[in-house]
Write a protein that binds this ligand. Sequence first.
Ligand code: PMP
Length: 324
Amino acid sequence: MDIKNGFVGTVGNTPLIRLNSFCEETGCEILGKAEFLNPGGSVKDRAALYIIQDAEEKGLLKPGGTVVEGTAGNTGIGLAHICNAKGYKCLIIIPDTQSQEKMDALRVLGAEVRPVPAVPYKDPNNYVKLSGRVASEMENAIWANQFDNLANRRAHYETTGPEIWTQTDGTIDGWVAATGTGGTYAGVSLFLKEKNPDIKCVVADPMGSGLYSYIKTGEIKMEGNSITEGIGNSRITANMEGAPADDAIQIHDQEALRVVYQLLRKDGLFMGGSTGINVAAAVALAKQMGPGHTIVTILCDSGSRYQSRIFNREWLQSKGLLPE
Ligand code: PMP
């Protein structure tokens, strides 16, 4: 028998998918870790599970308690599922710039959703800081604190990284991923570098995020902007602190969209915008490294979460981003 134990037992062990059209283009093996196949639909299920389990083990989260988080959506969806499966309540504080699909999903899952104006991290009313304050004022509640809670990157150090290593039989040459909290990138990089320090670990960054300049020059500089949700940062989170990074690659939205549509039309994969950034960066890294290399990235979540946006002509036109 091969039976998974509920939602929790179904998180992780995702397939690694050969992205054929991009392999043909580059002469490299471009492989995508299918995190959209997690039961909550994104890479964030792993972090959500580790954060809740860690709080339980430390005795911080007790039966009937509430999990509070500031999230762009996917972490909230993962947390809401796990809260349902384990009998906790869930309160999500979300910037009002995020897609309607994600807010609707959170409400359907029974989370209390509080949309708040999107203001920079330095503002005390930033959604992340607000969620910490709200949690501290509640009885029997924890703040998931995904950006600085190291249970997040531990999920990827203990699961995603080893899975990629085993699935490629240790032949991986390059690893590239965009970062939101940095949990995925850092956890996988730390694990892979221990296995083989020659594996090139590269941060993919959208325009308007500070990590590209930080890795290139040691200074955070943010220029331009991006329509991609869930990635990019203006600071080095505790999860990103000390993560090995050999290089960084910056990707424009237009290029990420071209890649998202190629994944859809040529590879049959319906993916969100951050996956476009990731695969575009994997292709750029493949071109740098040359044919014959194996490069792994993350397929973060499904395009169905962005149907009203990057798969909607009017929305794209309003952003000046209509693909050819
Ligand atoms: N892609 C999407 C769609 C996300 O929601 C997130 C998380 N916010 C990421 C990528 C990045 O993951 P991480 O937080 O592990 O850096």
